[in-house]
Design a protein around this ligand. Structure first.
Ligand code: PLP
Ligand code: COI
Length: 343
């Protein structure tokens, strides 16, 4: 498909919101196999009222981005990792898995078909891609669906947290996001439904989002809203929590490698105790949507602990951001296999 169009969107003022783009991918699984899939202009799904995704949350999703390079070409960042994580999520809620190659090819076909929505290089905006698998078909019992839909849509986005690289504050919540052997490591919708109330309460108090502690002991940091936590120690070490109930962030995994191999820092995944956050001189939230969002301060038990500054990004966080986004936008050469050209 060759589409040469342009759209009238100001990439510089984009937030993180739904925009209907021209094409989405749609594939059905039935009788043990996926069909080839099609690109369609229709943004509505017509599914059975008995769909397990509607009743029992049998679904999962991914979040990834396409980046416009300086030379005008478009690239993806580690799409095979999203494909693999989606397979893990499907396994956790007993859904049909999408083969890695089918996933990556389908993502590329959606990006190509909507290429005119990939923001201009230099604006910082990107094309956000949302793949999902949902259980569909006629059923009512609490059991895996008989049919599945794999669909991918996309939209141009700006920063997820207002201000982008300006620090924002978070508050520790008493709510739990995920149980130790629950579904926290899977990207399933139920985890996000559970986060709506804690997020709303944090926002009402003026915070960007909340910090979740581990459900078993309420002593260790797990997640920063829909992003992973990292801190930088006085010894220039990148530290990020280790837990089976955290979503294994691809951004976080990549930052560990950037810190160690490209910036010569230490990098460690380990317990991060909320009582010991003063060991960090800088802190941030990382994820596809969040990219790197500097954490100004964290409120815990009525006290705000400020890291580097509430208004200025710390030097190490800035270096990590510049290197990561440099690779994602094609300005810096990253490790082998990290970028995948779309066109
Ligand atoms: N944690 C949660 C709960 C998320 O929803 C996300 C977003 O995908 C992340 C962390 C960051 O993961 P990634 O870097 O793979 O986007
Ligand atoms: C992402 O970073 O892709 C996310 O999924 C976060 C949020 C928009 C759910």
């Amino acid at each position: 498909m060759s589409i040469k169009k342009s759209v009238n969107i100001d990439w510089n003022t984009l937030g993180f919101g739904y925009i209907k783009t021209d094409y989405r991918y749609l594939s059905y699984w039935k009788d043990g196999k996926w069909d080839e899939g099609v690109l369609t202009e229709d943004n509505r799904l017509h599914i059975s009222e008995g769909s397990t995704s509607l009743h029992y949350g049998q679904q999962c999703f991914e979040g990834m981005k396409a980046y416009r390079r300086k030379d005008g070409k478009i690239q993806l960042f580690r799409p095979d990792k999203n494909a693999a994580r989606m397979q893990d999520s499907c396994k956790r809620v007993l859904m049909a898995e999408v083969p890695i190659e089918k996933f990556v090819d389908a993502v590329k076909s959606v990006v190509k078909a909507n290429a005119h929505y990939v923001p201009t290089y230099g604006t910082g905006a990107t094309l956000y891609i949302r793949p999902l698998v949902i259980g569909v078909g006629d059923s009512i019992g609490v059991k895996p669906a008989s049919e599945y839909i794999f669909t991918i849509f996309c939209m141009p986005v700006g920063p997820y947290f207002k201000g982008g690289m300006t620090p924002v504050n978070f508050i520790v919540t008493d709510y739990d996001r995920a149980a130790p052997f629950g579904t926290g490591a899977a990207k399933v919708g139920g985890n996000y439904a559970a986060s709506l109330l804690p997020h709303a309460e944090a926002a009402k108090k003026g915070f960007a989002d909340c910090i979740y502690l581990d459900a078993a002991t309420h002593t260790k940091i797990e997640e920063v809203g829909a992003a992973n936590f990292f801190g930088i120690t006085r010894d220039n070490e990148f530290v990020t929590p280790n837990s089976p109930s955290i979503l294994p962030s691809i951004t976080r995994q990549s930052l560990m490698i950037v810190a160690k191999d490209l910036l010569g820092m230490g990098a460690e995944e380990r317990d991060v105790y909320i009582d010991e956050i003063d060991e960090f001189v800088e802190a941030g939230a990382c994820g596809t949507a969040a990219v790197i969002t500097p954490i100004g301060g964290i409120e815990y038990k009525g006290k705000l602990h400020v890291f580097h500054s509430e208004t200025e990004v710390g030097p190490v966080t800035k270096k990590l951001y510049d290197t990561l986004t440099g690779i994602q936008f094609g300005d810096i050469e990253g490790p082998d296999g990290w970028v995948d050209l779309v066109e």
